[in-house]
Design a protein around this ligand. Structure first.
Ligand code: ADP
Length: 174
């Protein structure tokens, strides 16, 4: 029998900018002024107003998170978090876990019930996907147990290889 947690965590393959959820999480950089990868996709789809709001927010340190509106996106909010650039040091995992925790804290504070995460730090920032997947899923699962107000967390992966890694790891979670 599947554990209760499996009903609240979903893994999908696709483009995060297309998701109709309360909030999507952006793998941003410390400037919050846009960049490549998922950050670029989100800013392009949300429109210029997102950049204007991000400019007013004034940046975000690595491991922390900030919330904005989502403008032209189907989602209602964008939570911008800054993942670590992978270095191979123990601090990487602490910072990556903090990204998920601080994003989820904003989810709770803003009465958000559904949120989607990309694979933070797994693109340009070079975090090995298997290690990052374990940190992401473990951190989220632990947080969900303590926070019943969150109904759904979606992990959205661009590639089928990344999707398989997440699906396999979630299957192991008992
Ligand atoms: P980082 O700088 O944190 O490494 P990237 O944007 O380079 O962030 O990559 C993070 C992950 O997001 C990568 O696995 C990449 O394949 C994925 N990605 C890129 N665009 C999208 C998108 N539109 N929707 C979902 N995931 C995406």
């Amino acid at each position: 029998m599947k554990k209760e947690i499996h009903k609240r965590i979903e893994v999908v393959q696709g483009d995060i900018t297309k998701l109709d959820v309360d909030a999507i999480v952006n793998a941003a950089n410390t400037s919050l002024l846009g960049g490549g990868g998922v950050d670029g996709c989100i800013h392009r789809a949300a429109g210029r107003e997102l950049l204007t709001e991000c400019r007013a927010v004034g940046g975000c340190p690595t491991g922390e998170a900030r919330i904005t509106k989502a403008y032209n996106l189907p989602a209602r909010h964008v939570i911008h978090t800054v993942g670590p650039v992978y270095s191979g040091k123990p601090r990487d995992s602490t910072l990556l876990s903090s990204c998920y925790l601080n994003s989820l804290q904003l989810v709770v504070e803003n009465n958000i019930t559904s949120v989607a995460f990309p694979a933070i730090s797994c693109g340009v920032y070079g975090y090995p996907i298997k290690d990052a997947c374990k940190i992401a899923v473990d951190t989220v699962a632990e947080f969900l147990k303590k926070n019943p107000s969150i109904k759904k967390v979606i992990f959205i992966l661009f590639s089928s290889g990344d999707y398989d890694i997440y699906t396999d790891y979630l299957e192991e979670l008992v």
